[in-house]
Design a protein around this ligand. Structure first.
Ligand code: FES
Length: 134
């Protein structure tokens, strides 16, 4: 887990209810259990990034979840309002992400509360990017 000494990584409450996280790219549906959230979590506890990584989804997250990049950009197409509003650092980083729209969030900072199911899509340029770039 990445650490940013200036950021409280436990500031966003984790989900309180179970919900389903639907990944539109692959059609997969992940059950999110508030009592069994990933122990190792990049970004906020219970973040969408942590759920995706735990389930083997290859989503880039270059800074390790400390709001110092925009590579974990996702579109939250359903259930957008179930996560608290982005903090200022997230909004600042999103300005650097390509193809931002009204549903854009940084997956490491987006923590749904479980009050509804959530559908996300990872932008094509953000998947399987690995480190071939030099
Ligand atoms: Fe860098 Fe989310 S992984 S901001």
């Amino acid at each position: 887990m990445g650490q940013n000494p200036y950021l409280d990584t436990e500031v966003i409450p984790p989900p309180k209810k179970a919900y389903k996280l639907h990944l539109r790219n692959t059609g997969e549906i992940f059950e999110v259990d508030p009592d069994a959230l990933p122990e190792h979590h990049d970004g906020q506890k219970g973040s969408i990034l942590s759920i995706l990584v735990e389930n083997g989804v290859d989503i880039d997250h270059a800074c390790g979840g400390v709001v110092a990049c925009s590579t974990c950009h996702i579109y939250v197409q359903d259930g957008f309002d179930t996560a608290p509003e982005p903090i200022e650092e997230e909004e600042d980083q999103l300005e650097f992400a390509p193809a931002v729209n009204d549903t854009s969030r940084l997956a490491c900072q987006c923590v749904p509360d479980g009050s509804a199911d959530v559908t996300v899509e990872i932008p094509a340029w953000n998947r399987n990017k690995v480190s071939e770039e030099h």
